[in-house]
Design a protein around this ligand. Structure first.
Ligand SMILES: NC(=O)c1ccc[n+]([C@@H]2O[C@H](COP(=O)([O-])OP(=O)(O)OC[C@H]3O[C@@H](n4cnc5c(N)ncnc54)[C@H](O)[C@@H]3O)[C@@H](O)[C@H]2O)c1
Length: 254
C-alpha cells in the first residue's frame, strides 16, 4: 500500500464503473478511504469489494447525483462512516448519443436529465461537500470535463458538450472562491477512454476512426485518467488550482 493519499477520505461519484471504479481502487491503494457514490447499488458494492480485495477501505452509498436529497444523504453517510472528507471527485456523467443529439433533435426531457447528471450534480456535491473540506482544513475538488468541451464534433451531443463546457467556468469560480480555505479545484478533460460509457458506441469501425485522429494512436485506458485524478487529489498538485488538464493522447493538439 502506497501513501500518496494517507489519512484522506475521498468521495467519488459514479464510482461503480469505468474511471470512477478505477479511481476508487487507485485512491484506496494510495491510502484513502473511499466513499463510492453511484446510482446503481450493485456496481457500487462491486467497487467496494474490489477496494477491499486490495486491503483498502470503502463504503457504498447509492443515489442519484442529480438530486439534492440523495447527494446530501450520500455525503452524510460517508462522513458518518469515515469522520471527514478531503477529496470530492465529481466523476459521474452520462453520454447518451441516442437521446442527446443536435439541439434540433433533442427533447427537453433529455437535455434536462443530461444537465442534471453532468452539471447540476457538481452543484450538489460541492454545496454539501465543501463545508466538510473546510472543516478538514482544506482539500481537493476534481471535475470531469471532456475534450467535447474544447472542440465541436460533427456528431453532436449538445447537452453533454454544454454541460462539460460549463464545468470549466465552475472550476475557475470554485478555485477562486475557496483558495483561501486551502481548497483546490481543477478539471480533467479526457479524450476517448475505454469504459462502459463508450462501449455501446465503439464498433470496430468507429474505434479505428477515433484512433486515426489520436496522435498516440489509441484510446485511453481508465488507469491513465485515474493517475491524473490521483495527482490532483494528492498534495503533489498543491500549487494547482483553477487548472484544466487535457488527457487526450494529443487529440486536441492535432
Ligand atoms: N469514457 C470516455 O470516453 C470519457 C471521455 C471524456 C469524459 N468522460 C467523463 O468521465 C466520467 C466517467 O466516465 P466513464 O466513461 O467512466 O463512465 P461509465 O459510464 O463507465 O461509468 C459512470 C458511472 O456513473 C454512474 N452514474 C450514472 N448516472 C448516475 C447518476 N445519476 N447518479 C450517480 N451515479 C451515476 C453509473 O452507474 C456508472 O457507474 C464522466 O463524467 C464522463 O462524461 C468520459
Amino acid at each position: 500500500m502506497a501513501h500518496r493519499l494517507k489519512d484522506k477520505v475521498a468521495l467519488i461519484t459514479g464510482a461503480g464503473m469505468g474511471m470512477g471504479r478505477e479511481c476508487a481502487v487507485l485512491f484506496a491503494e494510495e491510502g484513502a478511504r473511499v466513499v463510492v457514490a453511484d446510482i446503481d447499488a450493485k456496481v457500487a458494492a462491486e467497487t467496494v469489494a474490489a477496494v477491499e480485495a486490495k486491503g483498502g477501505q470503502a463504503i457504498a452509498v447509492a443515489g442519484d447525483v442529480a438530486l439534492e436529497p440523495d447527494v446530501e444523504r450520500m455525503v452524510a453517510e460517508g462522513v458518518k462512516k469515515f469522520g471527514a472528507l478531503h477529496i470530492l471527485h465529481n466523476n459521474a456523467g452520462v453520454l447518451w448519443k441516442d437521446r442527446d443529439r443536435s439541439v434540433l433533435e433533442t427533447d427537453e426531457k433529455w437535455w434536462d436529465r443530461v444537465m442534471g447528471i453532468n452539471l447540476k450534480s457538481v452543484f450538489w456535491v460541492t454545496k454539501h461537500g465543501i463545508p466538510h473540506l473546510k472543516r478538514a482544513g482544506g482539500g481537493s475538488v476534481i471535475l470531469m470535463g471532456s475534450v467535447s468541451a474544447l472542440a465541436g464534433f460533427t456528431r453532436a451531443q449538445d447537452a453533454y458538450t454544454a454541460a462539460k463546457g460549463a464545468l470549466i467556468s465552475l472550476t475557475k469560480s470554485l478555485a477562486i472562491q475557496f483558495a483561501r480555505d486551502n481548497i483546490r479545484c481543477n478539471v480533467i478533460h479526457p479524450g476517448i477512454v475505454d469504459t462502459p460509457l463508450q462501449a455501446p458506441y465503439l464498433t470496430p469501425e468507429i474505434r479505428t476512426e477515433f484512433e486515426r485522429g489520436i496522435p498516440l494512436g489509441r484510446i485511453a485506458r481508465p488507469r491513465e485518467i485515474a493517475n491524473v485524478a490521483l495527482f490532483l487529489a494528492s498534495d503533489e498538485s498543491s500549487f494547482m488550482t483553477g487548472a484544466e488538464l487535457v488527457v487526450d493522447g494529443g487529440f486536441t493538439a492535432g
